[in-house]
Design a protein. Structure first.
Length: 159
């Protein structure tokens, strides 16, 4: 079974959404055989990835950074979507953190990078805004020698 992981920004600019969606679909549809998708199910890139993975028939593994992870969702819609995706996951991996800290996010991202065959990164190429951010996980995966596919377009700025 091939494993595809994701790391990415929570805020995807509107002008980039169609490109991100198409690139994610292409990544899943380019593989023959069974697939496992690893995601922390955060708002933005992670949830979009999980939706597409499930639509393409992949098994979803939810990688939960901490016991209080649900408290970090910005609004009720994001939380509801997280809960729905989590229920549809085939497997769940929980990091051993009580609280959602930068270290917990880094551990979850590192777990995804450690256990995937390919990492999709919805990343603007800039440094992470905190430990465990997209830039950190991309650098970690590359240091492991994992193939990383960056999904972004030049000239698009993240909020």
């Amino acid at each position: 079974m091939k494993r595809i992981g994701v790391t990415g920004h929570r805020d995807i600019p509107d002008e980039l959404r169609a490109h991100v969606r198409a690139s994610m679909y292409a990544a899943f549809l380019s593989h023959d055989g069974s697939l496992e998708a690893l995601s922390s199910l955060a708002a933005g890139a992670d949830q979009l990835f999980a939706d597409i993975a499930l639509a393409c028939g992949a098994e979803l593994t939810a990688v939960i950074p901490s016991s209080d992870y649900e408290e970090g969702f910005a609004d009720a819609a994001e939380l509801a979507r997280y809960r729905c995706l989590r229920k549809r996951a085939t497997r769940e991996v929980r990091m051993a953190f009580a609280h959602s800290t930068d270290e917990a996010y880094y551990a979850a991202g590192a777990y995804i990078a450690d256990h995937c065959d390919r990492l999709l990164a919805v990343w603007d190429g800039r440094p992470a805004r905190g430990l465990g951010g997209t830039g950190d996980i991309v650098h970690y995966a590359r240091a492991l020698g994992k193939p990383v596919t960056v999904i972004w377009r030049a000239g698009v700025e993240r909020r």
